[in-house]
Design a protein around this ligand. Structure first.
Ligand SMILES: Nc1nc2c(c(=O)[nH]1)N[C@H]1C(S)=C(S)[C@@H](COP(=O)(O)OP(=O)(O)OC[C@H]3O[C@@H](n4cnc5c(=O)[nH]c(N)nc54)[C@H](O)[C@@H]3O)O[C@H]1N2
Ligand SMILES: Nc1nc2c(c(=O)[nH]1)N[C@H]1C(S)=C(S)[C@@H](COP(=O)(O)OP(=O)(O)OC[C@H]3O[C@@H](n4cnc5c(=O)[nH]c(N)nc54)[C@H](O)[C@@H]3O)O[C@H]1N2
Ligand code: SF4
Ligand SMILES: [Mo]
Length: 696
């Protein structure tokens, strides 16, 4: 047994929404974490953490951590709180909910959560059980990647990708609408190795990102035009007879229909739409079709547009046209999240619950709270693992909704976020060092167990523990609402392993002992789709999707201008800029954006403008500008740079509103319109006007 003065090393996982899911080690002495660092032996983490998470103990021991339940005493948003006990807090929540259920039914309660952590227990299990038992409104989780997931489901059937290390087999890498140098940094050393060995790297992104700076070629399409670009590439490949016809014949459905559709996008037309010269399109098509293996590496930023679903479909067609699915170092690098799919029944016990009464799209939170959702209206909101005022679109409308006197809002958080400011009750949450969990990455293929390294700070409780307390207070006695953390994880793991070959041999005991456990692959399954069996209805790559046609959707990918851009043009407005607001380098969404050392590194919230656009508006580098859409405005520091092309502006997501000028961040401007597939968010289909700010 370790004495209290001995140092112990505890294995964990970085919980944040990042594909890398780093393996971490916490050194603990006398109940306190004294060192936190990367596992040197993990094959992807390889001994280093990103700049965001390296100073993690600052976050865990921040003086701003919430340590006790709080009840609001002043008006909403005024920041006046009194400390209450857990008994009082849980008692008040249960009493309010019972009254709401009696009057309006349980659908009047909306849980709202997303990606504060990606742990199985603190998200997927907690997300499913209590709310399913209660019959609360379901949350349509479409803020991040729903459009891409729907596109992959229709086209390939499964989100399978290789490990990062396989890029050393690629001769060409197209990094399309993805910025891994910031958003999945452990890919970069593998890419560098490949590049040194001669791999050619093309980045396709309107912005000259950190990733683009080190590419061999950077292509800058206008935002939201990638479907036209991809279809033009497909057109050139077919027109020049560079496609892999035997492969398409054997392994795909609808290649002739795709060829006909792509014929509508000759390079000249695509050039006019995308702003990419026709010769560049032709050159890229030839290079892509003649260099093997060729990897298309992408993520979710590219599909946060109104036409994002069809755009992603167009991208997914490319590897098929050149016969690259199933090839080591070729095909698609998107997500590994589809291997270890957790057993749905074990997660939520849905068969023992009433069907979910309705779903509320999380991108429509502001609208939902201010009248869009009726019968019953939303009377209570329970927010955890999310900061919608900071991170969800059309935040001004969300604040308006949260100010409703008849809305009972509970926020379970580690910090007093922009959202917590509007709560009636705030509950303190444990950090990753204080609870257990199991992590399934979306960028690599190793499960990672997270042991609790230290006891909860103050009176903090994990999501699962709060869920158990609420279940008791509501009088729900099902055993699956009251399992210990380990029992809950074990139950889901064991049930999933019965169906999922990739989990073969992976037990809770092994995970706890080894920390990192690779998923189980055979020589047949190791390279994604190497067996050329695709879990779609036809068993092939569905370039033409009958399933989409049956849902009234275009069965072939196409390009369509986002309605917001078309409407601005129709109104004769020519001074609009398309504002894209992807990941910031030093925060993960709004997580970490309250950490002073990282705020200093990231600098004041900014917007990048092309010199021509800045000059036309009388804006000098470093001055304050007002960025305004039809939904709202915020004020940001102008960075005048040719990293962005004319017509496009960039303002990264993440900064908290309350630490920003005039208490607003970029999400006061972003659209809450839904995209073409799966209710996907459309953050980047955001037409704004920018002008010098008037000094306060
Ligand atoms: N440092 C850091 N890492 C993160 C996050 C973070 O906030 N910060 N967020 C995490 C989360 S939640 C996610 S979902 C992933 C996202 O990972 P990524 O998708 O890599 O990140 P994004 O910055 O959202 O978008 C990638 C790129 O898409 C570009 N883009 C926008 N519109 C278009 C377009 O129309 N066409 C093209 N070709 N490119 C376009 C943007 O300029 C951006 O550089 O990253 C995760 N990792
Ligand atoms: N403008 C713009 N906005 C965007 C995007 C964009 O591209 N542009 N991207 C969107 C994307 S991809 C995503 S995924 C969303 C993410 O949006 P959110 O899911 O809202 O993520 P965060 O803003 O990081 O907020 C997560 C919160 O969870 C808290 N938390 C962490 N761990 C725990 C825990 O164990 N328990 C509890 N109760 N709380 C915890 C953190 O303190 C943090 O405040 O943002 C979206 N917002
Ligand atoms: S945010 Fe990503 S890169 Fe940084 S430590 Fe976490 S998993 Fe690793
Ligand atoms: Mo995301």
């Amino acid at each position: 047994m370790a004495t209290s003065s001995a140092r112990t090393r505890v294995r964990g996982a970085c919980p944040h929404d990042c594909p890398d899911t780093c393996a971490t080690i916490t050194e603990v002495q006398g109940g306190r974490a004294v060192r936190f660092y990367a596992d040197p032996e993990h094959p992807v983490t390889r001994g280093w953490l990103c700049a965001k998470v390296r100073p993690y103990l600052e976050r865990v021991y921040s003086p701003d951590r919430l340590l006790y339940p709080l009840r609001r005493v002043g008006p909403r948003g005024a920041g006046r709180w009194e400390r209450v006990s857990w008994d009082e807090a849980i008692g008040e929540i249960a009493a309010r909910w019972k009254a709401i259920i009696a009057e309006y039914g349980p659908a009047a309660i909306l849980p709202y959560s997303y990606s504060g952590t990606l742990g199985l227990l603190q998200t997927a299990i907690t997300d499913a059980r209590l709310w399913g038992r209660m019959g609360a409104s379901g949350l349509e989780r479409a803020i991040c990647c729903a459009g891409a997931h729907a596109a992959v489901a229709a086209t390939l059937g499964a989100r399978h990708s290789a490990d990062y290390a396989d890029v050393r087999h690629s001769r060409l890498v197209l990094i399309w609408g993805h910025n891994p140098a910031s958003t999945g940094p452990h890919f970069m050393p593998f890419l560098r190795e490949a590049q040194k060995a001669g791999t050619y790297v093309v980045v396709i992104d309107p912005r000259r990102t950190l990733t683009a700076r080190s590419a061999d070629e950077h292509i800058q399409p206008r935002p939201a035009t990638d479907a036209a670009l991809a279809l033009a590439l497909i057109h050139v490949i077919f027109a020049e007879n560079l496609h892999d016809e035997p492969w398409l014949e054997a392994n795909s459905v609808g290649w002739r229909e795709l060829r006909a559709r792509a014929a509508e996008y000759p390079p000249a037309r695509a050039a006019a739409i995308t702003g990419v010269p026709a010769e560049t399109i032709i050159g890229l098509a030839r290079r892509y079709a003649t260099t093997r293996p060729a990897l298309l590496k992408t993520a979710d930023g590219v599909q946060r547009h109104q036409n994002g679903g069809q755009t992603f479909r167009a991208l997914l067609c490319l590897p098929a046209v050149v016969g690259q699915y199933g090839v080591r170092g070729g095909g698609l690098g998107y997500s590994t999240g589809g291997y270890a799919l957790w057993d749905g029944e074990a997660l939520g016990h849905a068969s023992e619950c009433q069907p979910v009464p309705r779903f509320v799209n999380m991108n429509r939170l502001g609208a939902a709270l201010t009248g869009e959702v009726q019968n019953p209206p939303i009377k209570s909101l329970f927010v955890y693992c999310a900061n919608p005022v900071g991170s969800s679109p059309n935040a001004g409308l969300i604040v308006e909704g949260l100010k409703r006197d008849d809305l009972f809002t509970v926020v379970h958080e580690q910090f007093l976020t922009d959202t917590a400011d509007y709560a009636d009750i705030v509950l303190p949450a444990t950090s990753q060092l204080e609870h257990v969990d199991l992590h399934r990455p979306y960028g690599h293929r190793h499960l990672q167990y997270n042991h609790a390294a230290i006891p909860p700070l103050g009176e903090c409780k994990s999501n699962w523990d709060v869920s158990r307390l609420l279940a008791t207070a509501m009088g729900y006695s099902e055993p699956w609402l009251h399992e210990s953390a380990e029992e809950a994880i074990r139950g889901v793991l064991d049930a999933s392993r019965e169906r999922i070959p990739y989990l073969q041999g992976i037990t809770l005991e092994r995970l706890q002992a080894e920390g990192t456990v690779p998923l189980h692959f055979t020589p047949e399954t190791e390279v994604p789709f190497a067996d050329l069996r695709f879990p779609t209805p036809s068993g092939k790559v569905e370039l033409f999707s009958a399933a989409m046609a049956a849902r009234g959707l275009d069965p072939l990918p196409h390009y369509e201008e986002p309605a917001e851009f078309a409407a601005a043009r129709a109104r004769g407005e020519h001074d609009g800029l398309v504002l894209i607001s992807g990941a910031s380098h030093h925060f993960v969404s709004s997580s970490m954006a309250n950490q002073p050392s990282l705020q200093r590194k990231e600098g004041e919230p900014f917007v990048e403008l092309n010199p021509a656009d800045a000059a036309a508006r009388g804006i000098a580098d470093g001055t304050m500008v007002r960025v305004e859409s039809r939904r709202g405005w915020c004020e940001l520091r102008a960075v005048v740079t040719d990293d962005v092309p004319p017509g496009t502006a960039v303002a990264p997501k993440g900064p908290w509103a309350k630490y920003s000028r005039r208490g607003r961040n970029v999400n006061w401007t972003t659209p809450d319109a839904l995209a073409d597939l799966a209710g996907q968010s459309t953050f980047h289909s955001n037409m704004v006007r920018v002008r010098p700010a008037v000094e306060a």
